[in-house]
Design a protein around this ligand. Structure first.
Ligand SMILES: O=C(O)CCC(=O)C(=O)O
Ligand SMILES: [Fe+2]
Length: 545
């Protein structure tokens, strides 16, 4: 029965709490009864152990050493179905202030996206009957601010998905005008091709009245949504669940003591929730919305984490050649080199190598090779016509991608002609020489800060990467040191199946393979890898599959 399943789950929760207190587990992994206190104003929250100034880890310390010494900072499990976590102390005041200040003058009307039409290409529509608020998405420069970098490190740490999977942070403001701005119950990832696996919502301010985030299909205090149980017995369609959720949502906003999960905006706190199950399938219980703001304002910053790479230049494993972008993992050739199937162009398999000549970091030229078999980048392209080779040089410090001083582009009149086009561009950061026939990219500059991405596209749409025939990125050895985020990883699943890292990526070796191997596999396979590391110490035995 429903009650017995709930009882069962609650007893597993108790077991989990015992685990959480075990010596092997850090306090950040404990599930506590504090779940219900997310509604309480700060001063009513259970008092933490006396705090000694300077002893507490900073809220954004991130990385494997991120362990809070204060129970007040411990992450709380609000729900396992769907997975929702509450961080009482996620953002330092400095980050909240920066996010608000930088967005304030740039806010635009928020839009909604239909379930079928949503994609990064569609702009959405303003529909005040389901969403009224204003928003701003941080640009690359803002995303690279130190305070934001720490924020992103922390998100990467908690999700075990790197920066390259993160969208631009979206800041959103709801005011109390016109009956209170709000966001009706909705899903974050209607686009199933490019899943938003996880959403982190950070609250930048206290909202005096209204503005709660509601999960209307998640009942409290139970850790499992009764709606899910009901749905399991008499399956509801997605539309029916949504309808049910919307009814409950409206009622829950009007009723402080509603039984459905609500999170009150408190400056510095955050929730992290997943719209997908660990096996990659959609989780309909992730429906959520924002109640109308009754008094004051609500400010949030959202970081969406996608299954596919969003910001390639930030990949820690950018070792070249996701030829035919994400169409499958590489296999090994006779010499053990990684080979990508050349499906789209119908040509021979593509071989991508990474080499570094000269000093890895410094002013010495670094020569980077990127070739399709045997040694000509263009040979695999049977299709004649005009192409554009776009070489983007990313400065990893500023994340600038499009400034002309850091970018070179070359247009080829036709593919089957000489192909031996050379070009030198000089910009603020470096100079670039591109020799297609000789398969040489020569980059001269402060290479410890630079990453390259090479994209070959049809001339008609030089910036449309859906037409990519070849895409590779090259990182100078040692150039990008991914923060120690990856060190805690102990197990890896691909689409719900646990796999050995070695088996998952045969003969695929990178300079710092230990840390980047799995992420490389995620990029190549274009599917979520679900990592088990520091944060999942408990989840290995507590998240039912
Ligand atoms: O405002 C909130 O609490 C949630 C916002 C949200 O769900 C969204 O913008 O997708
Ligand atoms: Fe949302």
């Amino acid at each position: 029965s429903l009650q017995s399943s709930i009882d069962q789950l609650q007893s597993s929760l108790s077991a989990l709490q015992v685990e959480g207190r075990g010596t092997r587990h850090t306090p950040q992994c404990s599930a506590t009864q504090n779940t219900l206190t997310t509604d309480a104003p700060a001063e009513q929250r259970p008092s933490a152990a006396p705090r000694v100034a300077g002893q507490r880890a900073p809220p954004l310390s991130g990385g494997p050493n991120h362990s809070s010494s204060s129970p007040e900072d411990a992450v709380q499990i609000l729900s396992l179905h769907p997975r929702i976590f509450y961080f009482p102390n996620f953002l330092p005041a400095e980050a909240s202030s920066y996010l608000r200040a930088t967005s304030e003058g740039k806010l635009r009307e928020s839009r909604v996206f239909g379930t079928d039409s949503w994609s990064s290409q569609t702009a959405g529509v303003v529909d005040k009957t389901s969403r009224s608020s204003t928003m701003y998405t941080l640009n690359a420069t803002e995303m690279s601010r130190e305070t934001i970098r720490r924020f992103r490190d922390r998100v990467a740490h908690e999700t075990k998905m790197g920066w390259d999977h993160q969208e631009g942070i979206q800041v959103q403001r709801y005011t109390s005008s016109e009956g209170g701005e709000f966001y009706d119950a909705h899903y974050d990832s209607p686009d199933m091709a490019r899943k938003r696996l996880a959403t982190l919502v950070a609250y930048l301010e206290d909202t005096p009245e209204g503005g709660e985030t509601i999960f209307p299909l998640v009942q409290r205090p139970h850790i499992v949504a009764a709606a899910g149980q009901a749905a399991a017995r008499a399956p509801l369609s997605l539309d029916q669940l949504k309808e049910l959720g919307r009814e409950r949502f409206a009622a829950a906003c009007a009723d402080e003591s509603s039984e459905y999960l609500r999170i009150k905006p408190r400056r510095g706190s955050a929730i992290l929730f997943y719209s997908f199950h660990p096996d990659g399938s959609f989780d309909p219980l992730s429906l959520h919305g924002s109640c109308p703001v009754r008094r004051g304002e609500k400010w949030i910053a959202q970081q969406w984490v996608r299954d596919v790479v969003q910001r390639p230049h930030e990949s820690p494993s950018f070792a070249g050649g996701w030829g035919l972008w994400g169409r499958g993992p590489p296999s090994a050739d006779e010499q053990g080199r990684a080979v990508f199937l050349n499906r789209r162009a119908g040509g021979p398999p593509m071989l991508v190598e990474e080499r570094v000549v000269g000093a890895a970091a410094g002013v010495e030229p670094a020569r980077l090779f990127a070739c399709s078999e045997p040694s000509d980048m263009l040979r695999g392209l049977a299709s004649a016509g005009a192409w554009t080779v776009l070489v983007r040089i990313y400065d990893l410090n500023s994340c600038e991608e499009h400034s002309s001083s850091q970018r070179a582009s070359i247009t080829l009149a036709s593919v089957d002609s000489s192909g031996g086009v050379g070009s030198v561009s000089r910009g603020g950061c470096c100079s670039l020489r591109l020799e297609l026939r000789g398969c040489t990219l020569e980059l001269v500059g402060p290479t410890e800060k630079v990453s390259l991405r090479v994209v070959l596209t049809r001339h008609t749409s030089p910036t449309d990467e859906t037409f990519v025939a070849w895409s590779g990125a090259l990182t100078v050895d040692g150039l990008y040191k991914w923060p120690a985020v990856w060190e805690g990883i102990s197990r890896v699943w691909v689409n719900g199946v646990e796999s050995q890292p070695a088996a998952a990526t045969p003969a695929w070796s990178l300079p710092d393979a230990g840390q980047t191997l799995w992420n490389a596999a995620a990029v190549c396979a274009e599917q979520p890898l679900l990592f088990s590391g520091a944060w999942t110490q408990w989840s290995q035995h507590s998240i039912p599959s």
